[in-house]
Design a protein around this ligand. Structure first.
Ligand code: KIV
Length: 290
């Protein structure tokens, strides 16, 4: 029997019954096909797109149009996983109207099932308005890459008593505002455990330890396709960049040494037709020569 399409209530149910939630990013059709086929619960079209696919320095420059373009490709591929469209910097942190408008675009134009946005209690009014508009929202606290410069860079968050308390309050405020789940990024495991135990919606950890209700990773980190840096919280399950480099180098060598294409990669032609063509050309050349 085909697995059925994952929904927001299904994810909440997984937390209730103590079954771990699996989430991964994807940014294009072929990768999303594979991630979905593997049975991953939720696929995030993250704004990490900017860094791992588009070659940007950070995620801040990613635009709404770029997110829509890639989310649409992922949605076309996915049959079962919940597709989460990430809201890029500047698409929601401006006004409630703009936030609801862009969240609507993510659903209508890119066919996402829900959206994710970064920020704690200060985002609660925006979350409330988007949820009221009928769009499920996943929160994201801890290390929030879009505002990394105000956090002092890409650093673990919530290490002091005050910072940890503030994160716990953020999680509670996002739950109260209507979030269906919260991503916890780069926070000490004991704090993630406290947050997970103190809210009824699922927490999805990335660098937040084993006690979250689920885990998420950037697919390019997991398969070894992003070489600029690898965060401590990443487990690399493959080194695809080595395979790609080897395949491309062998192709280059084969072309240069006339080992590709071989007979089996080429198309033949009816001998008689070919002879006709050659004779015609000979006559034409002879006529031209006078
Ligand atoms: O953009 C992204 O990929 C994310 C994950 C790191 C959670 O936000």
């Amino acid at each position: 029997m085909e697995p059925k399409k994952m929904t927001v209530p299904d994810l909440k149910e997984k937390k209730k019954s103590g079954r771990k939630i699996t989430m991964l990013t994807a940014y294009d059709y072929p990768t999303a096909l594979l991630v979905d086929r593997a049975g991953i619960d939720a696929i995030l079209v993250g704004d990490s797109l900017g860094m791992v696919v588009l070659g940007y320095r950070d995620t801040v420059s990613v635009t709404m149009d770029e997110m829509l373009h890639h989310t649409k490709a992922v949605s076309s591929a996915v049959k079962n996983a919940l597709v989460i469209g990430d809201m890029p910097f500047g698409s929601y942190n401006v006004s409630v109207e703009k936030a609801v408008g862009n969240a609507n675009r993510m659903m209508k134009e890119a066919h996402a099932d829900c959206i994710k946005l970064e920020g704690g209690r200060s985002m609660a009014p925006l979350v409330g308005a988007i949820v009221k508009a009928g769009i499920p929202v996943q929160g994201h606290i801890g290390l929030t890459p879009q505002t990394a410069s105000s956090l002092g860079g890409f650093k673990v968050q919530g290490k002091s008593f005050e910072a940890a308390k503030s994160l716990i309050e953020d999680a509670k405020a996002l739950e109260d505002a209507g979030c269906f789940s919260i991503v916890l990024e780069a926070i000490p495991s004991p704090i993630a455990k406290i947050i997970t135990g103190s809210i009824s919606i699922p927490t999805i950890g990335i660098g937040a330890g084993i006690d979250c209700d689920g885990q998420v990773l950037v697919i390019h980190d997991l398969i070894g396709l992003f070489e600029r840096f690898t965060p401590k919280f990443v487990k690399q399950y493959a080194k695809i960049s080595d395979d790609i480099l080897s395949a491309v180098s062998r192709y280059k060598s084969d072309v240069e040494n006339m080992k590709f294409p071989e007979e089996k990669h080429s198309f033949s032609m009816n001998e008689k037709e070919l002879e006709k063509l050659k004779t015609k050309r000979k006559v034409r050349v002879a006529k031209k020569a006078g």
